[in-house]
Design a protein around this ligand. Structure first.
Ligand code: TRP
Length: 463
């Protein structure tokens, strides 16, 4: 029976350990690097509003579904889906949902590692005082010089992948718990310091308005899809990372409470990052529409001007590296557990394989910012005319595979699984909370994601 299965990779020492690990997975570049630039590109308030709605109505129920599937299956995503489907008397082809997640993990980690490499590089730039008294011109130049150099990007990407592989090869439970317990609160405090600085930048109101006053004229299907994709990305949902972490969760821990805690922490960090960054941006006369370089320009400007900026800046980028690290670990874990359980590899060997494949794929992102920066591989496809290689990998990983994975996870948890099974695993009985969850995963999540995909398709075909 599902209730008795245990994971061959062990278990978290407590519910808190799971909360910390899942928060470590969720809080990362998605919150501090991606959320602000996505909000900036998609017009601010309207995007943020849709994002918050997605986190509450789609993110939390899907997270609960992922944790419950993981804890019941206790295997890598492929085997978990196959086992649970068989148990419910359904087709073992559901394993391909897990397979899709593993593809998404490779795609996402491949670019994630490159961007995390930028944060590593910025630790040294900031510590070296490069940004003391910096102007917009300086920060633009420093950023352009970094990404224009494929060798440097490659070196940082390699270092970051190496760091991630070391932890995964040794098993994720030991160090992760300890690291997250101290680093996450520290990151939180530093973000608050930054928001405090932004408060005095003179443009706080403007930043606040940009983030929270929705301009519904900007609400297109593409913006809504971007918000859905971002919610999945930021919460680490839709590909089995949370499923894997759920498979190490001890029985008896409340899945609902745990998921809400993780989602709340993740959202708080994203909003704080937005509140820190936009006022600074406006004060410096930079456009919110900078794309992936946004925080690498806005934050150095702030650090360059505040007292003790080199110190705070260095500390900030160090913490960001750690946040990215704990997220990258959760991206590498699903492919590795699959290789261990299904291909009979040792953990070390599996990590090397998965790591090297990801590293190679990462070269596409490395070159996307320099050698291939003018290349628009899908220029002929409607809606892709402006997308470079990195944008395309990100789009398929984050905006297509993650929401699709989330949709199928909901369908599985809400429709395929017997009511008795999910009620038992969530441990909520037939309470109102359980009914709300079941309604959300059966109707709201699939219909919402499905509608967004259809509208997006219609938009793309019309353009
Ligand atoms: N959520 C992480 C972030 O915000 C990234 C991440 C980790 C992730 N694991 C994931 C994204 C699984 C999607 C799926 O930075």
């Amino acid at each position: 029976m599902g209730a008795r299965r245990v994971s061959v990779h062990g278990e978290w020492s407590s519910r808190l350990a799971f909360v910390l690990a899942a928060t470590g997975s969720a809080v990362g570049l998605g919150n501090i690097w991606k959320f602000p630039y996505m909000a900036g590109e998609n017009g601010g308030g309207a995007f943020v509003l849709v994002y918050l709605l997605c986190v509450a109505c789609v993110g939390v129920p899907v997270m609960m579904a992922e944790v419950l599937l993981g804890r019941r299956g206790r295997r890598n995503p492929l085997e978990t889906m196959a086992t649970l489907a068989r148990e419910e008397g359904r087709s073992a082809h559901w394993r391909w949902l897990g397979g899709m997640g593993i593809v998404a993990a490779f795609l996402i980690l491949s670019f994630y590692s490159v961007i995390a490499g930028w944060t590593l590089a910025y630790v040294f730039r900031t510590a070296g005082g490069v940004f003391d008294g910096a102007t917009a011109t300086t920060v633009n130049r420093v950023f352009a010089a970094l990404v224009a150099d494929p060798e440097r990007l490659l070196a940082w990407h390699t270092i970051f992948m190496g760091m991630t592989m070391i932890v995964v090869a040794r098993g994720v439970r030991g160090g992760l718990e300890r690291a997250v317990r101290f680093l996450m609160p520290a990151l939180f405090v530093l973000l608050i310091v930054l928001v405090g600085y932004a408060l005095n930048s003179g443009r706080f109101d403007e930043g606040l308005r940009f983030l929270f006053a929705p301009d519904f004229g900007r609400l297109t299907a593409a913006v809504v899809l971007a918000a859905v994709g971002q919610a999945f990305f930021s919460l680490s949902l839709g590909m089995g990372a949370i499923m894997i972490y759920g498979s190490y969760l001890p029985h008896g821990a409340s899945i609902a409470r745990t998921s809400m805690t993780v989602a709340a922490a993740d959202t708080a960090v994203a909003l704080l990052a937005g509140l820190a960054i936009f006022p600074i941006l406006f004060a410096e006369g930079l456009h919110p529409d900078q794309g992936p370089s946004l925080i690498f320009k806005a934050l150095p400007l702030a650090f360059g001007h505040m007292p003790g900026g080199a110190f705070f800046g260095t500390l900030f980028f160090v913490l960001l590296v750690f946040a990215a690290w704990t997220s990258a670990i959760s991206l590498l874990e699903p492919p590795v557990t699959w290789l261990v359980e299904n291909r009979g590899m040792s953990r070390v060997r599996a990590t090397v394989w998965a790591g090297v494949v990801t590293w190679l794929l990462g070269l596409c992102t490395v070159f996307s910012f320099n050698l291939w920066s003018g290349w628009r591989p899908l220029a002929a496809v409607p809606g892709f005319a402006a997308k470079g290689v990195f944008d395309i990998i990100d789009f398929f990983g984050s905006d297509v595979l993650l929401p699709l994975g989330g949709l199928l996870i909901s369908v599985f948890a809400g429709w395929v699984m017997a009511r008795a099974s999910s009620a038992e695993e969530l441990g909520l009985g037939e309470s109102p909370g359980y009914r709300v969850w079941r309604f959300l995963v059966r109707y709201v999540t699939p219909a919402g994601i499905g509608a967004v995909f259809l509208f997006r398709l219609k938009d793309a075909l019309a353009s």
